[in-house]
Design a protein around this ligand. Structure first.
Ligand SMILES: [Zn+2]
Length: 126
């Protein structure tokens, strides 16, 4: 829910394959990993070739104790802005673990340099 215009940093679109909301600049859908075709805006493909940074990556595993009742788990990821307001909250998945089973969870934040388009034209600032 943002008012970011097309071509601006943070502009989004819908993946034609899985319908997830992804960055307009993405060359590969991060959700379904399908390649995306660029039929409009050829310079967007240049942005997708820039090396991605991974400023945050957290990975952890949990293992169910060898005895006891099975677990049910829920994976939720939330994003907060610098004012502490939650801007996104998503249920990633649920599942169950039986005794002695292990699950590994990976959270990664990828970032690319976003090139602002045009010489500061069309200033629609809020
Ligand atoms: Zn997709």
């Amino acid at each position: 829910m943002s008012s970011v215009g097309p071509g601006s940093p943070g502009a989004t679109r819908e993946c034609p394959h899985c319908r997830e909301t992804i960055l307009e600049s993405a060359g590969v859908c991060p959700a379904c990993r399908h390649y995306l075709r660029f039929d409009a805006g050829a310079d967007a493909s240049q942005a997708s070739q820039a090396p991605a940074l991974t400023p945050l990556r957290i990975e952890g595993s949990i293992r169910h104790p060898a005895d006891g009742e099975p677990w049910e788990y829920t994976v939720v990821v939330s994003i907060r802005n610098d004012r502490g307001e939650e801007t996104a909250r998503k249920l990633i998945g649920v599942g169950a673990m039986n005794p002695n089973e292990q699950r590994t969870f990976t959270l990664s934040v990828e970032a690319v340099f976003a090139k602002a388009k045009g010489p500061g034209k069309g200033g629609m600032r809020h």
